[in-house]
Design a protein around this ligand. Structure first.
Ligand code: NI
Length: 135
């Protein structure tokens, strides 16, 4: 059985590779490489897969999952500049892919190993990524 908690946060970023010139960064990363940063409204879905607890009838308590996501992800990244404010992205381009892996690792530390964990991160209406711990 899989259960899901959805949360949202807003964050700014810039995608670029320092060793490349501006033209090459623009070619690869498009508007996301503009030097003065821009924001996205991210939607995060956290999926937990496990057995139903026969006592509670829950796989996990979604209130507890909500608090974990808020502590580990929302407080850390909401209204932040991922490049400048968040050491998690020192030397790591804050693409949706990399953000999803960082989030997965933060949450993995807080969720019992007996559960499978998957995260889906939606960056724009048309772009989303899904990470299940296997690259
Ligand atoms: Ni962007």
């Amino acid at each position: 059985m899989k259960v899901c908690r959805r949360e949202t946060f807003n964050a700014a970023h810039r995608l670029f590779i320092e060793d490349w010139n501006e033209a090459k960064n623009l070619e690869v990363f498009g508007k996301c490489s503009y030097p003065n940063y821009h924001g996205h409204n991210y939607t995060l879905e956290v999926w937990v897969d496990g057995d139903i607890d026969p006592n509670t009838g829950f796989v996990v308590d979604l209130k507890t999952l909500k608090h974990i996501i808020r502590e580990e992800v929302i407080e850390r990244f909401d209204h932040k500049n991922l490049n400048l404010d968040c050491p998690e992205f020192d030397g790591l381009n804050p693409t949706a892919e990399n953000i999803a892996v960082v989030i997965w690792k933060l949450l993995r530390n807080r969720i019992d190993e007996s559960f499978k964990l998957e995260v889906q991160l939606t960056e724009t209406e048309n772009n989303k990524v899904f990470y299940s711990g296997e690259e």
